[in-house]
Structures are given as C-alpha cells and as structure tokens.
Design a protein around this ligand. Sequence first.
Ligand code: UFG
Length: 330
Amino acid sequence: MILVTGGAGYIGSHTVINLINAGEKIVIFDSLENGHIEIVQALQKIGDVKFEKGDLRNIDDIDKVFSKYDIEAVVHFAAFALVGESVENPAKYYRNNTFGTLNLLDTMVKYNCKKIVFSSTCATYGNPQYVPVDEKHPQAPISPYGTSKLMVEMIMKDYDKAYGLKSIKLRYFNVAGCDKNCRVGEWHEPETHLIPNIVKSTFGEGKVFKIFGDDYNTPDGTCIRDYVNVEDLAEAHRLALEYLRKENKSNEFNLGTEQGDSVKTIFKACEKVLDKKIEVEITARRDGDAEALYANANKVKTTLGWKPLRTIEDSITTAYKWEEKLQTLL
Ligand code: UFG
C-alpha cells in the first residue's frame, strides 16, 4: 500500500489518480485544513482509496496509520505552500512542513518503511544565479517556505546515511491545469496562483486580474516562470516510485518543462484559449517574486524517462473547466 500525505490537496489528488491507474492501493492521510473531503470522495469513486484524517504535527496520528496498514512507500505532499504567509508566520511553516515531516520520517523508520517521494520546490534555490536552473544550482531559499522544504531535503540525506531511508526529492516549478475529466482540480483558499486567478476573473463577480509589475528586466517587463502541467507532474511521482523500487537509491530532480513564459504571455494565451477579452490591471511588484525562473529538466528526462506531454493550452483549458465546476461546489 502507498501512503499519500496531502492526498486531498491539489498535486496530491492528481497523483492519487495516476497511482490508481497504475494499479496501486492507496491510503490518503490529510488534515483537511487545506485539502477537501469532496476531493477524497471523488478519488474514492475512481479506485481503492482509504482515507485517514490526521495531522503530521501529532506523531500519534501518523503512527496509527502505520500500525493499521502495511505501508510500502510514502508520497509526501502534506505542507503549507504560501510563500508570503511563510514570511509573516514562519513558525507555522517550520512546525508543519519541517517538524511534521520529521514525525513522518521517524514513524517510517520505526515501521521499517524505507521509500519516500517528497514534494520539494524550486523555491529552495532562492533567487536564481543562472537560468535554466539545474539541480547543482546552489540552494539558498529566500522565504521560510523554501527553507522549510530545504531543511527536509537535508534531513532526508542524513536519514538515508543513518537509517537507509531512500528519498526522491522532486523540485517542482510552477504547477498548472487539472485532471482532464475535472474529477479533481486546484482548490486553494485563498487562491494566489497566476492561471487560476486569470480564469477566476472571468467569472461573474470575479476580481479584476492584476499583473504584479511590468518593470522587470525581461523582454515584456513581466516575470518569467516554467508552467508544468499537473497530470505530467503526477506521472513523475509514479516514475520516482518505480525508480525507488528498482534502484533503491536517493536522488533529486527538477520538474519543469524547460520553457520560460512571461505573465503577459500566459495572460494572452488565456485570452486566446478561452476566446475572451479579459480585463487586466498592472499593479506594483509582489514582494519576493524572482524575475525569471525556469528549469533545466535534463536529469529527470534521462534518469526517470519523464517528459512533459501536455501544453500550456491544455493547462488553461482544464483550469477553466475545473473553475466552472468549482463555482457550483462553492
Ligand atoms: N502573478 C500575477 N498576478 C496574480 C498571480 C500571480 O501577476 O494574480 C504573477 C506573479 O507575480 C509571478 C507569476 O505570476 O510573477 C507566477 O506567480 P504564482 O503565484 O502563480 O507562482 P510563484 O512563481 O510565485 O510560486 C510558485 C509556487 C510556489 C513556489 C514558487 C517558487 O506556487 O509554491 O513558485 O518560486 F514556492
């Protein structure tokens, strides 16, 4: 059985679908603080998915799951992921993302479970010294969120040496889109991400979409990011599990498309794909936004055989369809 922490959240739920399709049996562990029970119910309609509600900050919660099920490997998503909030409230991030993961790792060691795939982030690199960013780029996070994830990466290296616990750290770039059948999708409250914010602004009482700064040193003045489709990203987790089973080695990989798109490029792509004129306002820069960040993903391609199959248009189309559904759920 595979334990998926944070399986009721955005990337976790898409990965659960991928793993169900690969024939895996899943138990989801989620506090539902940010995850949604409706997402768990949608997953339970698709396949054999157990659900255990609990919080990683409470080691007894996770210990109970390991004593109840025979867990072969863990795919670990459960975390807080708002960069701005982490600056205001670092304790929340270190307690949950770092200390919570330590509880999980200690429980794994106790129950002799030695494989974990970990949701890390390109935020561990901080302001890039060069792009595209490869895995050898120095890791110097500029937010407690990034630091909370980097600390876990470091702990995992030590746990491999000391206890033989093998980990794959997947450093995501910007994740976008949703399940093409809209069974699950991106459901953040509040929503801070670019594509859902553009999409939301086209619905009834949606707020006007704002571009945070057009005075960056980039060709059109707006920030450049690497938008990887969530279904493609989910597949990388399956491949990482396969690698752990076959190679029994720790490793780390960037997960991005290697294509940098500016905010304005994404905005125009949304207008085109949705065939709508969308209102937009240019406002001041958002604190902490790096100018340009995109991946060198050569390592994941050559080592895991991963490649992105979906386009940014696919991500926009599915994000819009999901938003239509979400409007009826809210
Ligand atoms: N942006 C806007 N308007 C919006 C939302 C975003 O102009 O309403 C811009 C941002 O300023 C940025 C770009 O769109 O230039 C992308 O912003 P997102 O918030 O979608 O994503 P980030 O690049 O800030 O964040 C992502 C992940 C984080 C991770 C971070 C690392 O969501 O978890 O990359 O840089 F930490």
